[in-house]
Design a protein around this ligand. Structure first.
Ligand code: KG4
Ligand code: ZN
Length: 349
């Protein structure tokens, strides 16, 4: 049995978790700052890092307590998100992790946040077994900052098949939400509004769909601009795009366009590379429309699909612990408490 305590503070959630052997949750604590940032309409970096400082100690203490760990020397290793993310926020988690690792005399494993999202799919839950070690695996990461299709030949072996050429999927949800007067964060607000809307009301483009040159790349800025043009056109015709029923139809039409592109490209890549499993992860994988469309599509293709439960879709530390476990794959962790570890605002996989 390997016990890893992980810390994640890359954006606006202060999170700590203890995971056993990469798959079993012993605790998973997340303190979200969402209310604090709502009035700015986005994450305010300075506010975020200060809030991490205020929350981190209690979050780590709760994670250890809930895992029944009263001595940090019971841990085999610690893990922490090193990037990508907000540098000031990352620093809070990294410094807390350094202190704990040093005190416990245990190695500290630096983890890429995106690798964390990938491994959220390997966590087993009582009613939902995680991904198996059966490769190749196709991964679609859809978050606020990333939209990437990745082919995994094995643990830790990533090949980038394609990514967004402009906005990330989550960014598009957030921007479109703003255009139609929905709150922050935009993803959940769009989903909520779309539930009451007509997805066929406004025909919107499916950017780069069936595009040979950009077969596995995405583009969302054109879709966002199409929504902007639509709202202007409606306004000129005397229709308020923020009117709830109009906003619902725009939200539904936008969500269906975004979901169509994501699922279509994912299915195309899964077929092309003959993968054994498909994993979708990142904040946007919480989207009900995306989950349903992907489930339907991959069931028809008879390819096992994994999407984490909602609480593991958005940022959390359990996924960071899982990634650290599979990084070592049972071999001993390098004895290093990482005192010189730096953070990286941008960090490729
Ligand atoms: O992974 P995440 O929590 O943070 C990043 O690493 O970026 O992703 C946040 C993004 C935001 O853009 C948010 O609007 C989006 O995920 N999101 C959603 C939903 N829940 C969160 N997008 C669509 N539908 C949702 N239900
Ligand atoms: Zn994330």
């Amino acid at each position: 049995m390997t016990l890893i305590l992980a810390i994640e503070t890359s954006c606006d959630e202060t999170a700590a978790a203890v995971v056993e052997s990469g798959r079993t949750l012993r605790s998973n604590v997340v303190a979200t700052q969402i209310e604090l940032h709502r009035r700015f309409g986005g994450v305010f970096p300075e506010v975020a890092s200060r809030q991490h400082v205020l929350a981190i100690q209690a979050v780590i203490r709760d994670a250890l307590q809930q895992a029944d760990i009263d001595d940090v020397r019971a841990l085999d290793a610690l893990a922490v998100t090193q990037g990508p993310g907000l540098a000031g926020s990352l620093l809070v988690g990294v410094n807390a992790a350094k202190g704990l690792a040093f005190a416990a005399g245990r190695p500290l494993v630096p983890i890429n946040h995106l690798e964390g999202h990938i491994y959220s799919n390997w966590i087993d839950l009582p009613d939902r077994p995680g991904a198996r070690d059966d490769f190749p695996v196709l991964v679609l990461i859809v978050s606020g900052g990333h939209t990437e299709l990745i082919l995994m030949a094995g643990h830790g072996q990533y090949r980038l098949l394609g990514s967004t050429l402009d906005d990330a999927a989550g960014e598009a949800f957030d921007k479109v939400a703003r255009l139609i007067g929905l709150g922050y964060p935009g993803g959940p607000a769009i989903q909520e509004a779309a539930a009451a809307g007509d997805a066929l009301r406004y025909p919107l483009p499916r950017p780069l769909m069936h595009n040979e040159e950009h077969r596995f790349n995405f583009s969302f800025s054109g879709l966002k601009t199409a929504v902007l043009n639509l709202t202007r056109q409606l306004e000129r015709g005397g229709v308020e795009p923020t009117d709830p029923s109009t906003a619902a139809d725009i939200a539904a039409s936008f969500q269906s366009a975004a979901v169509d592109v994501l699922v279509e490209k994912c299915a195309d890549a899964a077929k092309h590379y003959g993968v054994r499993q498909v994993c979708i992860c990142g904040g946007v994988s919480a989207n009900r429309g995306l989950r349903l469309a992907a489930q339907e599509r991959f069931a028809a293709m008879q390819i096992p699909l994994h999407i984490p439960p909602l609480f593991l879709c958005t940022d959390n530390a359990a996924m960071i612990a899982a990634a650290a476990f599979f990084r070592a794959q049972g071999s001993p962790f390098i004895a290093d408490s990482g005192l010189e570890m730096d953070v990286f605002a941008t960090l490729p996989l």
